[in-house]
Design a protein around this ligand. Structure first.
Ligand code: ARG
Length: 497
């Protein structure tokens, strides 16, 4: 019985430890208030080599590229530290509007439409659009796109341009994706026929994938890249001054040469032509990135530990409400359980993450939203398990305790709950395993855990199968470890009876 209580305290302890960690960790896209501070927060969409992409070599998790170098130069000149955050491209302007960042650099073109929502700096680079297609497909000009499936990145001017072309050329079917590497991958998988991609970016991808080629679309306006700020940000002026200085001094030109005239960009180090068809696994290509993927483990474990412990506490409260005999309390707890068990976890997560800032004004981080949702959800499941566990404890025990004048709550805490917990240990282990695997869902709101790390590596290296298989292996090993230690714990508890 004592062991049962030790178990409760251990879980509580884990929860407290984890909460204190997460408070510091949960800073992804945290509110960036005005200027009186020493760090500027920039948000970018790191799917765009050589402008910005993840450098995952040797376990580093750095966003690097042309834009990052410029941002660093400006921040340094203005005496700020720089913090770089990530989001999908179509989430960048919302991030500025929600005051979650001070500025955006993402090879972003200052279009009229965007200018209605954000302010822009002067432009710092110019680019043209190209059509990317498999070699030999003969898709080179906009006219060739007739009747074809064409991929673009969601929310970009490439999407706009493709729509314009589709007004003149018949039968174009558009496919919008969140990230540029996904667009490229879709051509390679032959799910789409071609894509519209900016020249310098297209060049990098074509170099990494010799089966692809790109052709600049004739007769188009050049589109520039500029820095975006929240409307009437005081930073526009000082940024423009430094940017102009960098241009005048030729510093900008140096960066252009550094990033745009290299024959290699992200991931092309392995310059592997991805073989079409056949069963060709090559794990050696992800070896340098393994430390990067492994870094997702502590976060996944922390996340799971926290959700389980908090879920257990919340589930216990709910179960006590259910058996309290006070009808309205029971109803509330039952309704709660039925809602949380009756709707998809992924939907709950999206609701908590996207609706919280709007409803409460609190800028919840992705990690916090994840823990909160998982706690609410697993609490619902656990409440049923715990209720069953409590009710399975011999009735004679509570009657004996009552007749000796022990109070209800003391009896629960001292006698019933510890035994109930011991009984439901296998069910708790099941719940933990479930949560551990479901933690992969938080990758959808941008937490870089195991699955997300594997996807980043895949995107950088233009390979998908190997990193995902490796991530699967990690999950499997973790679950096995968990199962083993749970059975040891269970044996100990039984021996101590
Ligand atoms: N220049 C284009 C635009 O402004 C595309 C930029 C995409 N950038 C990125 N980091 N994915 O729409």
């Amino acid at each position: 019985m004592k062991q049962g209580r030790v178990l409760i305290f251990t879980l509580l302890f884990i929860a407290i430890l984890a909460i204190s960690r997460i408070a510091g960790l949960g800073n992804s896209l945290q509110a960036a208030s005005s200027v009186g501070k020493d760090t500027l927060t920039m948000v970018t969409s790191p799917d765009y080599p050589p402008y910005e992409y993840y450098d995952t070599q040797g376990g580093e998790r750095n966003i690097v590229g042309f834009d990052i170098d410029i941002a660093n130069a400006i921040a340094q000149q203005l005496g700020f530290k720089l913090k770089v955050m990530e989001s999908d491209f179509n989430g960048l302007i919302p991030a500025l509007q929600g005051n979650r960042a001070d500025f955006v650099m993402a090879g972003m073109t200052p279009t009229e439409q965007r200018k209605k929502n954000v302010d822009f700096s002067i432009t710092y680079y110019e680019a043209k659009d190209t059509i990317v297609a498999p070699k030999g497909s003969n898709i080179k000009k906009p006219q060739d796109l007739s009747g074809k499936k064409v991929g673009v990145q969601l929310g970009t001017i490439q999407e706009q341009n493709a729509k314009k072309i589709a007004q003149k050329v018949a039968g174009i079917q558009l496919k919008q994706l969140n990230k540029v590497p996904e667009v490229i991958q879709e051509i390679k998988s032959q799910r789409i026929d071609a894509a519209i991609v900016e020249d310098t970016v297209a060049k990098g991808f074509a170099q990494a994938n010799p089966e692809l080629e790109f052709n600049i679309i004739p007769k188009q306006e050049v589109a520039g890249s500029a820095i975006a700020f929240p409307k009437s940000s005081p930073l526009v002026e000082p940024f423009n001054k430094v940017l102009q200085k960098l241009k005048d001094k030729g510093e900008l030109e140096k960066l252009v040469t550094k990033w745009f005239s290299r024959s290699n960009t992200a991931g092309t180090s392995s310059t592997a032509a991805v073989p079409k068809g056949g069963f060709n696994l090559d794990f050696t290509r992800i070896i340098p990135d393994i430390p990067f993927i492994l870094q997702g483990i502590p976060l996944t474990l922390l996340f799971t530990g926290l959700s389980v412990s908090l879920g257990l506490i919340w589930g216990t409260v709910l179960s006590l409400l259910k058996i309290s005999g006070i009808k309205p309390l029971g109803w509330v707890a039952n309704a709660y359980t039925s809602i949380f068990r009756g709707t998809p976890l992924l939907l709950q997560l999206a609701l908590v993450y996207y609706a919280t800032p709007q409803l409460t004004g609190y800028d919840i981080s992705a990690l916090q939203a994840g823990v909160f949702t998982f706690t609410l959800n697993s609490g619902a499941y656990m409440s049923e398990t715990i209720r069953g566990g409590i009710q399975a404890v011999d009735k004679g025990q509570s009657e004996a305790a009552m007749s000796m004048g022990v109070s209800y709550w003391l009896m629960m805490w001292d006698i019933i709950l510890p035994q109930a917990l011991k009984n439901i240990l296998p069910a708790l282990v099941n719940e933990t395993i479930g949560l551990l695997k479901d933690s992969a869902l938080v990758s959808t709101v941008g937490v870089v855990e195991i699955l997300r790390s594997a996807q980043i590596v895949g995107a950088n290296k233009y390979i998908y199968f190997e990193p995902l298989l490796f991530a699967g292996l990690i999950y499997y090993v973790l679950v096995m470890g968990l199962t083993k230690s749970a059975s040891v714990l269970e044996r100990r508890l039984r021996l101590s009876e």
